[in-house]
Design a binder for this molecule. Structure first.
Ligand SMILES: CCCCCCCCCC/C=C/CC(=O)SCCNC(=O)CCNC(=O)[C@H](O)C(C)(C)COP(=O)(O)OP(=O)(O)OC[C@H]1O[C@@H](n2cnc3c(N)ncnc32)[C@H](O)[C@@H]1OP(=O)(O)O
Length: 405
């Protein structure tokens, strides 16, 4: 269930475990109620109403907190989350020695009959007031121009007015882990604000990317529903950051690309590929469905018949085929790929940045709302597919028999 997940997460992530000392537990248990009443009365005055998306984003932000916001804040988040999602407290009071359970129950109960919408708004407001305590993961500090500290698997460099985001997990064919989805999202946010003119995506090693890391779903704790809800939100934010990216975005596809690494290419402004690259979206054989807005962009780019061959039947295509179908801008011989593509990019990056940005806006902004709607729907459908027997079996096959594409 999604219910207590957030608090559990905070407990897991909190320094020395949230409510770490007995003393702190008592402090919460004894003082929680009045504190929560105070939060409620001070923050419920706001007239704004947060959308579902704002709320989901705030929930996601909380998961990214790198610093323990403190027990009071955690209780407040817990209570507002429960109120926003379930309404007034409807569970029996925990037994007397369940200090943590009691503190949480008190915090939730103290919100009384606060409407769900107000709780949602208060939650969003409170999370944004916590933002300063988000660490470097906001990706906006100088470090963002080099490498995101959270993982070595996504490296961000900057040169000649070009920000380069490199998938750097060559031993695993640059399969994208949960952390990498988050790092890429943050790297794109940072790149959208830095002083580069163009942003480039590429992979280290002989693969561009083998797509979603299939162990993402086996390495997480919590209930399946909770995990898939979290995954859908992570995916949605990840794809949103491509949809909303304001500067020219270029992919240098240095080798085979699979799954989500292929689908988001429809959101790029140029795709340069090595002639060793292939493009494969084996969704049906994995029991899943298209994402990355490909259910909308691919038919537009290559026509419905070719899109169906890739997205429904899982046909793998070569770089030259992808170029003929409009998914790839240009193909280069592998030996000269880096040299030629970089010469091209370095020249393009010298264009006046504002003109390029505004040009992109003109080309892209009219379809944006549709893309966001498509993304939301694809993520909703995927969330159901991940629970299906077809999908569970396909992932098991990959890891047990090492079944490959
Ligand atoms: C709470 C959870 C958060 C989740 C976050 C959001 C989730 C969003 C999901 C979005 C959905 C996306 C859909 C897709 O992307 S579908 C595509 C999935 N990818 C695959 O099916 C590819 C699987 N890999 C293969 O078939 C082969 O590995 C290969 C790519 C054809 C390469 O074969 P090759 O023989 O050359 O190399 P190896 O198989 O020996 O690979 C080397 C090691 O890398 C590991 N590997 C490769 N790809 C993946 C992968 N996608 N996931 C996990 N691991 C991968 C492989 O197991 C080898 O590891 P080993 O050396 O330890 O054996």
């Amino acid at each position: 269930m999604h219910t207590h997940s957030q608090f559990r997460w905070l407990v897991r992530r909190g320094a020395g475990v949230a409510c770490g000392t007995r003393h702190q537990i008592w402090a919460i248990a004894l003082g929680g109620r009045s504190l929560v009443s105070k939060w409620f009365s001070s923050s419920s005055r706001t007239a704004m109403v947060a959308s579902e998306k704002d709320f989901e984003n705030a929930v996601h932000q909380v998961k990214l907190l790198k610093e323990d916001p403190g027990n009071d804040a955690k209780l407040k988040l817990y209570a507002l989350y429960k109120q926003a999602t379930e309404g007034p407290c409807n569970v029996p009071k925990p037994r007397v020695f369940d200090f943590l359970g009691r503190a949480k129950w008190d915090a939730w109960t103290a919100l009384g009959s606060l409407p769900k919408e107000t709780a949602r708004q208060n939650y969003v407001d409170f999370v944004s007031s916590l933002r300063p305590s988000l660490t470097s993961s906001s990706g906006e500090g100088p470090a963002a121009h080099r490498s995101l500290p959270e993982s070595e698997d996504v490296v961000v460099t900057s040169k000649d007015s070009i920000t380069v985001i490199t998938l750097n997990r060559p031993a695993k064919k640059n399969a994208i882990t949960y952390q990498m989805y988050q790092d890429i999202t943050l790297a794109l946010k940072a790149a959208s604000k830095d002083n580069s003119t163009i942003t480039v995506f590429t992979g280290n090693g002989n693969y561009y990317s083998s797509g979603n890391d299939l162990s993402n779903f086996s390495n997480r704790s919590g209930s399946l529903q909770q995990m898939y809800a979290e995954s859908a939100l992570t995916l949605r934010n990840f794809v949103d950051s491509f949809i909303d990216f304001p500067k020219p975005l270029v992919a240098l596809v240095n080798g085979p690309a699979v799954g989500i690494a292929v689908t988001v290419l429809g959101l790029f402004d140029a795709v340069y590929a090595s002639d060793r690259a292939t493009f494969h979206t084996p969704f049906s054989s994995l029991g899943i469905t298209p994402e990355g807005c490909s259910s909308y962009t691919f038919p537009k780019i290559m026509g419905p018949a070719k899109a169906a061959e890739m997205l429904i039947f899982g046909k793998k295509i070569t770089a030259r085929e992808a170029c003929a179908q409009g998914l790839v801008t240009e193909v280069f011989p592998h030996n000269t790929f880096q040299k030629e593509a970089w010469a091209r990019l370095t020249a393009y990056a010298k264009n006046p940045p504002k003109a390029m940005r505004i040009g992109k806006q003109l080309l892209r902004s009219f379809g944006k709302e549709t893309l966001h709607a498509v993304n939301a729907e694809e993520c909703r459908v995927l969330q159901e597919r991940w629970l299906s027997e077809e999908c569970v079996n396909a992932i098991q096959t990959f890891f047990s028999k090492k079944g490959k594409l």
